[in-house]
Design a protein around this ligand. Structure first.
Ligand SMILES: Nc1nc2c(c(=O)[nH]1)N[C@H]1C(S)=C(S)[C@@H](COP(=O)(O)OP(=O)(O)OC[C@H]3O[C@@H](n4cnc5c(=O)[nH]c(N)nc54)[C@H](O)[C@@H]3O)O[C@H]1N2
Ligand SMILES: Nc1nc2c(c(=O)[nH]1)N[C@H]1C(S)=C(S)[C@@H](COP(=O)(O)OP(=O)(O)OC[C@H]3O[C@@H](n4cnc5c(=O)[nH]c(N)nc54)[C@H](O)[C@@H]3O)O[C@H]1N2
Ligand code: SF4
Ligand SMILES: [Mo]
Length: 709
């Protein structure tokens, strides 16, 4: 039997064909008919067979029977588990208000609609998500500047492909995030004249690049402002488009004056000539698009960096034309995340008082959740109203800055429940652990935040023991805590989500997907009534806001600027003497997904240990050889990873993999304090509008461990 489904082993959403024989999955392959993935899959998806059949999967609801983190558990029934979790929530809400319950999720994997609906249904503003360092800043700045979400027009639907593609801190050749799949990028790349890569190190695609710009980590805003300076000075901008559709060009022009290429070269360590060349190329060879990656969001100047990069698109007129950056048109189901996930309003009071709302106004405004770092710090210090936390698909001990503070905060919770497939280091500290079904074991709707396809996740096999899908867990909890918003069963809930497309879950499941087609893609939407009556963009001024009235009204600078990372050779020269290397944490690797999949033998065999990239010259100074274990130390502490000598970057850089823990090591920590980069990242400094910590530009020193360690 072959079952069509949608892979959820990351947030790509590839179409898959699953062969099931005698109740066992024997083969998984890409579905050639899927309109987005076209038959492609990656190593993680293909290794799902070993994921789903892993002997260490959680199988039954568990209740803590010893001290927190002692590893003593008692098997309980679902009834008892759900009653306990929902009673804890209700009691906290009754005594301290809805914001006393925090609902956490990890990066988007398919449950986002349920976590948001659940947290909204109980009226809490405290949704805990890594979104504030990942994707949401792009979306929210898009919204402030353009009135809606942009994506790169790579499909040739308007008869043109981009002539120039900028990959700005993005490994688009394989990261497949949010439904923007590599296969479509690679097809567009075959047709592109220019590829400009903005990345401090050599990547798989650098040899294909027309220009490689390698800024010092964390200096992207200066680079983008320098490129704006060149384009404006040389009058290469699209005069007509700027005149008709951009607000605040003169103010931006004045701001960009402060960033001549010579100065920008000193800041970024990129030769002046290359900055000028890249700016000229992007302005001249149109249409063009910029694909922006996560590293610019995981910085303490994220907001203004994104503002500067996106202004490049606007002043070159690379908006809404075929082959440029265009506004997202939801698939035929409509935006289910909005229609279902966030349709229930939260009270203004609870938005105003959610954790971080007083500071990080761009994200902590009701739609982006709370500020996780503030929450864990407040918990640690005992000055928060949050008493109860429920996590689904989230491993805060890996994901958030300063692991020790996160752990200290988590231990102060009155009650923690965790729904996961495995006993993660975070789950080890829970009061109740709920076993979750794998995507191969459940029925659901697969929607991707930037995708144009919604496809069916169809159950192929039964889950182990008593594991349940996330949608069922949330529906059951919902029915206990806020029944008016929840459903009689999963099928009713899925039907409800599809109501706009007038199709039932049963029909959809058979059909497999609903996709926007080329014909539905409208270009130049601002010249129609698409966004607002009588044309224009959906912003305060009806124009693209180079000068952002939205940011100004929140109290932020309406124009982009550059600021040095809080620890750097220039902002902290004394510290730089002791920690003379620039540390970046978190560049993705193809065979892991954050802290996941170290349990999968096929994937673990590809890279058994955490790897830190060190330049051979730097390694030599420290007596480090390829494969040596080394300490990486910051002001916060130290971790160890294995050295991989790598010439493709400045000798002053060190690049460490993030989210490492060792499932095979002893609990409760499973080595999460040994090699996980967040042990050495800081929770002291944040972007003023998004609250992002700095994962990508810190100072460190390195030295070798004793042999065999
Ligand atoms: N296999 C796999 N795929 C994944 C993930 C995974 O863990 N594994 N994670 C998913 C998630 S949640 C996300 S957010 C995306 C992230 O995917 P991307 O947005 O592509 O981010 P990264 O791969 O972290 O980094 C991209 C490139 O940016 C460079 N870079 C680092 N710091 C800077 C900087 O300061 N400036 C510039 N210009 N470049 C910099 C890095 O060297 C790297 O080559 O990937 C998604 N896809
Ligand atoms: N230093 C540093 N830190 C970072 C980053 C970085 O680059 N550097 N990147 C940040 C970014 S962009 C992100 S998105 C976050 C990622 O942060 P998370 O999404 O929290 O990271 P994961 O390690 O993938 O943890 C997910 C947990 O969910 C479980 N899980 C997987 N699928 C499901 C499911 O379907 N249902 C349920 N209930 N559980 C499931 C997994 O077993 C795992 O324990 O990390 C952030 N942290
Ligand atoms: S890219 Fe993501 S969705 Fe696609 S096969 Fe790989 S893990 Fe699955
Ligand atoms: Mo992410």
């Amino acid at each position: 039997m072959i079952i069509k489904s949608t892979c959820k082993s990351c947030h790509g959403g590839c179409g898959v064909l699953i062969t099931v024989e005698n109740g066992l999955i024997t083969y998984i392959e890409g579905d050639p008919d899927h309109p987005n993935s076209h038959g492609t899959m990656c190593a993680k998806g293909l290794a799902s067979i070993q994921h789903v059949n892993n002997p260490n999967r959680l199988k039954y609801p568990l209740k803590r029977s010893g001290k927190k983190g002692e590893g003593k558990w008692k098997r309980i029934s679902w009834e008892e588990a759900l009653e306990t979790v929902s009673e804890k929530m209700k009691a906290a809400i009754a005594e301290f208000g809805s914001n006393a319950v925090a609902i956490g999720q990890g990066t988007t994997r398919g449950y986002t609609r349920y976590t948001t609906r659940f947290v909204n249904s109980i009226g809490s503003g405290n949704r805990l998500t890594p979104g504030y360092v990942c994707f949401l800043p792009r979306v929210f700045i898009n919204k402030a500047m353009f009135g809606g979400r942009l994506y790169s027009d790579l499909h040739g639907w308007g008869g043109e492909y981009p002539k120039t593609i900028i990959l700005w801190a993005k490994q688009a050749e394989w990261v497949n995030d949010n439904g923007e799949l590599s296969v479509n990028f690679l097809r567009a790349l075959e047709r592109a004249k220019n590829l400009i890569i903005v990345d401090p190190r050599v990547t798989a695609l650098t040899s294909r690049a027309t220009i490689w710009l390698n800024p010092r980590f964390g200096t992207d805003a200066a680079l983008a402002l320098g490129m704006l300076n060149v384009i404006i000075n040389e009058k290469l901008h699209d005069h007509e488009f700027v005149n008709d559709w951009c607000h605040g060009f003169d103010q931006l022009k004045t701001r960009a004056k402060a960033y001549p290429p010579e100065k920008v070269s000193k800041i970024t360590w990129i030769p002046e000539r290359k900055i000028i060349q890249a700016a000229q190329m992007f302005a001249r060879d149109i249409p063009g698009t910029i694909m922006i990656g996560n590293p610019v969001e995981a910085q303490t100047n994220a907001t203004q960096t994104l503002r500067a990069i996106m202004s490049l698109l606007a002043i070159t007129g690379n908006i809404e034309r075929p082959g440029s950056s265009v506004q997202w048109i939801p698939p035929p189901t409509g935006n289910i995340q909005v229609q279902f996930g966030s349709e229930i309003p939260i009270s203004a009071e609870n938005i105003k008082t959610l954790t971080g709302a007083d500071k990080y106004k761009l994200i902590c405004s009701g739609k982006g959740g709370c500020h996780p770092d503030t929450l864990f710090k407040e918990l640690k210090e005992g000055n928060t109203k949050v008493k109860v936390m429920h996590l689904a698909g989230s491993n805060p001990l890996c994901a958030y800055a300063n692991t020790r503070d996160v752990l200290a905060g988590m231990l102060k919770l009155e009650f923690l429940s965790v729904a996961d497939l495995f006993m993660s280091p975070t789950a080890e500290y829970a009061d109740i652990v709920l076993p979750v079904a794998h995507w191969l074991e459940m029925d659901d709707i697969g929607d991707m935040p930037a995708g144009f396809v919604v496809s069916a996740v169809n159950k192929a096999v039964d889950p182990p023991g008593e594991a349940w899908p996330d949608n069922k867990i949330f529906n059951e909890l919902g029915n206990r805590v806020a029944p008016q918003y929840w459903f009689k069963d999963i099928e009713a809930m899925l039907d409800y989500q599809l109501k706009k497309s007038k199709i039932t879950w049963k029909q959809f499941s058979k059909q497999g997907y609903l996709a926007s087609t080329g014909e539905e893609q409208i270009y130049y939407k601002h010249k129609t009534d698409y966004f607002r009556k009588n044309r224009g963009f959906n912003t305060n001024t009806g124009k693209i806001e180079l000068y952002s009235t939205a940011l100004k009204s929140m109290g932020y600078d309406p124009l982009p600027y550059y600021v040095e990372p809080e620890e750097s050779p220039y902002s902290t020269p004394e510290l730089y003497k002791e920690f003379p290397l620039i540390l970046s944490t978190g560049g993705r690797v193809p065979y892991y997904f954050h802290g996941q999949y170290r349990q999968i033998p096929w994937l673990r065999a590809l890279q058994p240990y955490p790897i830190v990239q060190i330049h051979p010259d730097t390694a030599k100074i420290h007596g480090i050889e390829n494969g040596d274990w080394v300490w990486i130390e910051t002001q916060r502490g130290r971790i160890k990873q294995k050295a991989k000598l790598f010439e493709g970057m400045d000798p002053r850089y060190v690049i460490a993999q993030s989210s490492w823990w060792y499932p095979e090591k002893k609990g409760p920590l499973h080595g999460v304090l040994e090699s996980n980069t967040n042990v050495i990242t800081s929770n002291e400094f944040f972007d003023p509008a998004t609250g992002a910590p700095n994962f990508r530009a810190l100072l460190c020193k390195i030295y070798k461990l004793g042999k065999d360690k």
